[in-house]
Design a protein around this ligand. Structure first.
Ligand code: DLL
Length: 446
């Protein structure tokens, strides 16, 4: 049997809400006011994309719709989607809707699932992006005057620079470390004493291990807030990280095609999934197979329409991220998105069963003798696919206990996912450590 979770869901420790005076007017608006605002901005976006994005205009013409056909927000579903393939076909500059001399910066998506897509930003876009990331840091518990350690990678990836300018905008001192050089990260955290860290959850675990190796207790660190995203993570991982560092771990979501980090962020006073910043991004959920609308509350692929972006507006962009839209709580006008369980691209299909690495993560974290460092290896030795979970034991776990933990994990994975998997329990420190977005699945199938 699986050991019971050491971190029962619902035991979340919540942080203090920002005072109403600290919020942007739109964070305090009511739904009616927000929707009025959205409709105005949506009209502008559709007209802008139609006039300046030739690929999107062609799609509209083929579908027989024109921006003037939009009378209400619900009319948006008559408009065609924008897909990753559309943006790839437009590579490098075909999706830009303003002249080059108005584009101040370019970023690119990681390109892990094919050719990269390029994103451009005008001065106005960069300004709004900074405002929104400042909003994220505030929602997470960060305050002006504090220090923010940025360990998201700087460069074409939107994580580093996106976090950086948002922290400056809020009035924080930024420590722009970028990813990698883990020993140095530890030293800088110890010396410069940041209150907040912005980093991928997997890399924060790497940092925790490195601290312990250097004889530093992560719980004694100055950090009180961790703003974690860019990859899927689970509620159990939140508990693991909060316990390891004695801080609040909060979820930040975004994607380069839509802007970068800051499309949605959790509020530390509720920790119940990121609120989508609907004054700038209109979310929908659709059936990932046929694109049919999925009503709020149902699971579907997230689709975003930008409402204010100038350089690269996106209309109904299919993210491939699976989630649900839920009513707002801490920011009542903004809908929340359920924590992303996975991207349709990361879904493993094993002997007919669909599985996301996060489902295995949940089970790993419920076995106390196992560390959160794991990898899934897929092979096809004969005719059938096989999956091996390679997971590290926590330090100081005896051989016998490891064997028991491996068996417990194998059983939990079978019970909760329907997939039979072999489990290899490895020595601590064996698996390659993440310094950015973690790669959980090694697919060696032909
Ligand atoms: O990862 C932007 C970002 C940077 C977000 C820093 C948060 C923090 P891309 O490289 O374009 O942009 O990758 C976007 O990463 O479609 C999701 O699949 C995944 N992702 C991002 N945030 C989360 C999250 C950045 N909080 C892709 N939870 C998205 C789960 C996330 N997945």
């Amino acid at each position: 049997m699986t050991d019971p979770s050491p971190h029962p869901a619902g035991a979340r420790r919540l942080g203090p809400a920002p005072g109403p005076g600290m919020l942007d007017p739109m964070e305090r608006a009511d739904r009616g006011m927000l929707e009025e605002h959205q409709l105005k901005r949506l009209r502008w976006t559709l007209a802008h994309a139609y006039a300046h994005q030739p690929f999107y205009r062609r799609k509209c013409e083929a579908a027989g719709v024109h921006p003037d056909d939009l009378d209400s927000l619900s009319d948006l579903r008559r408009f065609p989607f924008t897909t990753k393939q559309d943006l790839r076909d437009a590579y490098p500059y075909g999706a830009l809707a303003v002249p080059h001399d108005r584009v101040l910066r370019l970023h690119a998506s990681s390109g892990t699932t094919g050719r990269a897509t390029v994103a451009g930003y005008t001065r106005g876009d960069l300004d709004i992006w900074s405002d929104l990331v400042a909003r994220c840091i505030r929602a997470s518990g960060g305050r002006p005057g504090e220090k923010v350690h940025v360990a998201y990678g700087y460069g074409l990836f939107t994580g580093g620079l996106g976090a950086h300018y948002g922290a400056e905008r809020l009035g924080c001192t930024v420590i722009p470390v970028s990813g990698g050089q883990t020993a140095r990260q530890v030293q800088l955290i110890d010396d410069l004493r940041p209150e907040t860290i912005m980093v991928t959850p997997s890399y924060l675990l790497t940092i925790a291990d490195a601290m312990r190796e250097q004889g530093i207790d992560p719980r004694a660190s100055s950090m009180r807030t961790a703003i974690l995203g860019a990859e899927p993570w689970t509620e159990d991982m939140r508990a693991e990280i909060e316990e390891a560092f004695d801080l609040h771990a909060v979820d930040i979501y975004g994607l380069s095609e839509v802007m970068g980090p800051g499309v949605a962020n959790e509020c530390v006073e509720s920790k119940d999934g990121p609120h989508v910043f609907e004054d700038h991004f209109l979310p929908e959920t659709v059936d990932p197979v046929d694109g049919a609308p999925v009503p709020d509350g149902g699971e579907g692929e997230l689709v975003f329409t930008s409402l204010t972006k100038e350089a690269m507006p996106v209309v109904r962009y299919r993210t491939r991220d699976l989630s649900r839209l839920l009513p707002g709580t801490a920011r009542p006008a903004f809908r929340r998105m359920e924590r992303i369980g996975g991207r349709s691209d990361d879904m493993i299909v094993l002997r007919g069963v669909n599985l996301f690495p996060t489902q295995v993560e949940e089970q790993v974290l419920r076995v106390p003798a196992l560390s959160p460092h794991f990898q899934l290896v897929l092979r096809r030795p004969g005719r059938l696919d096989e999956m091996t979970v390679r997971v590290e034991a926590r330090p100081g776990i005896a051989e016998q206990e490891r064997t028991r933990a491996g068996a417990a994990l194998a059983e939990a994975v079978r019970e909760h996912t329907g997939v039979g998997a072999a489990v290899e329990v490895l020595d601590p420190g064996t698996l390659e450590r993440s310094t950015g977005k973690v790669r959980r699945t090694i697919d060696e199938r032909p």
